[in-house]
Design a protein around this ligand. Structure first.
Ligand code: OGA
Ligand code: MN
Length: 294
């Protein structure tokens, strides 16, 4: 297996081991798992666009999430991100729910921080890519953490933030998250530092979904989240992935943020994501607020 770095702070391409190898072979899994713990974003090129390989690969890392209520793929392991209308096969018009959802994905975030169990990792497979735009950008939240002043790190390590799907969707359109979605996905509260139990490295845990911090006023909390997001995503700190057919990118939701980039609405884009839920072995227990703080 060869590991080729994509950016000084985050990401590596894996060569010589395929996703099918990982699905079928424990030694291949262990090697790729170690690269995942180290590099936070892994790129596989020239993969077969095969749902079963994607599930087989993903399931090695832990329990799979099911796609969100009212999303394409609801109840299955496959989250579909696309501007192609399922019923008609046509491209969706501006203002369509899937177009607004793509816009929400263009805000810096980490996946599933609003869920009852946060996500360890996401595995995104490019099935149809536009001729221009539609990249996905990543930043290392370990690098962010290390850039913060020591006094702020000490404070954030014991701070707890609230995350909500309705909050990030509301930044795009106040009615984007329906009542049904809000009922199914109530807010969740997590420590703002996620320590990786394998290597002890700390990462800042925030997202577009973050709307409150225990002990701060809403105004103070939102200002701090904005400031931290700006530090995390400052020029020079992101790796922007230009998709090629056959690419699959996996990222560590504990240690990174990502955002989609816009593309022309008259070009189709179709991506399939599987998402792995985090377990105590991935450091979730430490993320839970003490009873009093929540
Ligand atoms: C995701 C996501 C951005 C993109 O799959 O979780 O945010 O570029 N995707 O599609
Ligand atoms: Mn995402």
């Amino acid at each position: 297996m060869e590991i080729i770095k994509l950016h000084p702070e985050i990401g590596a391409e894996i060569r010589g081991v395929s996703m099918a190898d990982v699905a079928n072979d424990d030694n291949a899994y262990r090697a790729v798992r170690a690269a995942f713990e180290e590099h936070s974003v892994l790129l596989f090129r020239n993969q077969p666009t095969d749902d079963q390989v994607q599930v087989g690969y993903s399931a090695k890392f832990g329990p799979l999430e099911t796609a969100k209520v009212a999303s394409l793929g609801e109840g299955t392991p496959f989250s579909i991100l696309t501007n192609i209308d399922k019923a008609t096969g046509n491209l969706v018009p501006q203002g369509h729910k899937e177009e607004l959802r793509a816009k929400a994905n263009q805000l810096w975030h980490t996946d599933s921080s609003f869920r009852e169990t946060p996500a360890l990792a996401s595995v995104l497979s490019a099935r149809t890519i536009p001729g221009v735009g539609g990249e996905t950008a990543f930043v290392s939240q370990r690098a962010t953490w290390n850039r913060l002043p020591q006094s702020l790190r000490a404070k954030l390590a014991n701070s707890y933030a609230w995350h909500s799907y309705a909050h990030s969707r509301g930044k795009i359109d106040p009615s984007l998250a329906s009542q049904r979605e809000q009922n199914a996905m109530p807010p969740a509260c997590w420590r703002m530092r996620w320590r990786n139990p394998v290597n002890g490295r700390d990462a800042l845990y925030i997202a577009s979904h973050t709307y409150a911090i225990v002990g701060l006023s809403d105004k103070e909390a939102l200002a701090l989240i904005d400031e931290l997001t700006a530090i995390a995503t400052a020029t020079g700190h992101s790796y922007e992935h230009p998709w090629r057919a056959g690419d699959v990118v996996m990222w560590d939701n504990r240690a990174s943020m990502h955002r989609g980039r816009p593309w022309p609405l008259d070009e189709p884009r179709y991506m399939i994501r599987t998402t792995i839920a985090a377990t105590d072995a991935d450091g979730v227990a430490e993320l839970r607020p003490p009873k009093m703080a929540a």
